[in-house]
Design a protein around this ligand. Structure first.
Ligand code: SAM
Length: 277
């Protein structure tokens, strides 16, 4: 049975190209990559003689799918690589994987470097439960909404960022999360000028923006995680359904959420007024 291989490549240091990555890349019929020149150089460095390369990026991945499925159906194997790191992580690959699975082919990977994993493991922040957010939306409500979600997230959050946007993103995170939130910012991982600065959003200084960045943000503390109005309404509903009077329900929920009792009672009154009948 033929296999679609997702092959991780170095994020800066060529020494991180694994022997198994070389073995698989040398053996496949077709290598799908973001940039044929860049991948051509990597293959050359690994001593792999030119195999067939096809461009796979956000514009071509859709059309490339049928070509890849044809190669797999002919019994040959295909590899997917990105410019750096693991394909499918903020990089093309996801669509090809879904299509290959759908068509009944084997999908496997040669795991290796991923900037997110390296950054979270060296951050000093809790890594057991973390979420990978990749790149933030660039602007508008989508960005504001995502940052608000991230501010309320209690797990460690990993973000990718380009050098020309690092300061703006750290400033936006500071406004949403406050100055005390722990953060670690890594740049140029595995390269000569690798650097990780650790501190809080209020104190961190990244200096002259250079290279590629990963931001690792500590989660919101569970005690101070903001409680939304919907959460308050739900808690009120549960308390009243459990037999509490409106006044007692408001007192209980205010104590549990840290909201003012008067405000919570007002929400009971408003929800009564908006209930039909
Ligand atoms: N697929 C890649 C991976 O597995 O990490 C990520 C590709 S994404 C298009 C590129 C982003 O990854 C960069 O903007 C940066 O945020 C992060 N990145 C990649 N290499 C990095 C490195 N050596 N140091 C720091 N961040 C890096």
């Amino acid at each position: 049975m033929s296999t679609l291989w997702l092959v991780a490549t170095p994020i800066g240091n060529l020494g991180d190209l694994s022997p198994r990555a070389v073995e698989v890349l040398a053996a496949v019929e077709l290598v799908c990559c973001e940039d044929t020149r860049r991948t051509g150089k990597l293959l050359q460095h690994a001593g792999i003689r030119a195999n067939r390369l096809a461009v796979c990026n956000e514009h071509t991945e859709f059309n490339l799918t049928s070509q890849v499925l044809d190669v797999l159906s002919s019994g040959a194997n295909v590899a997917v690589v990105s410019d750096a790191g693991s394909p499918g992580i903020s990089d093309p690959g996801e669509r090809l994987v879904a299509a290959a699975i759908e068509a009944g082919h084997t999908v496997s990977a040669v795991p290796g470097p991923t900037a997110a994993t390296m950054a979270v493991t060296i951050s000093g922040l809790p890594s057991g439960r973390h979420v990978m957010e990749g790149f933030l939306p660039r602007k508008g409500r989508e960005r504001t909404g995502r940052i608000a979600e991230i501010a309320a997230e209690t797990r460690t959050v990993v973000l990718y960022e380009a050098p020309h946007r690092i300061e703006r993103t750290l400033a936006d995170l500071l406004s949403a999360c406050g100055p005390d939130r722990p953060v670690s910012v890594s740049r140029e991982l595995t390269k000569l000028h690798e650097e990780t600065v650790r501190g809080t959003l209020g104190s961190i200084e990244v200096g002259e923006p250079r290279g590629e960045y990963v931001i690792v943000l500590g989660g919101a503390s569970t005690e101070s995680a903001p409680v939304s109005d919907d959460d308050v309404r739900l808690a009120l509903h549960d308390a009243i359904a459990g037999g509490a009077s409106k006044r007692d329900a408001a007192a209980q929920v205010a104590a549990a959420t840290g909201r003012r009792r008067r405000d919570v009672y007002q929400m009971v009154v408003e929800s009564d007024a908006s209930t039909p009948g």
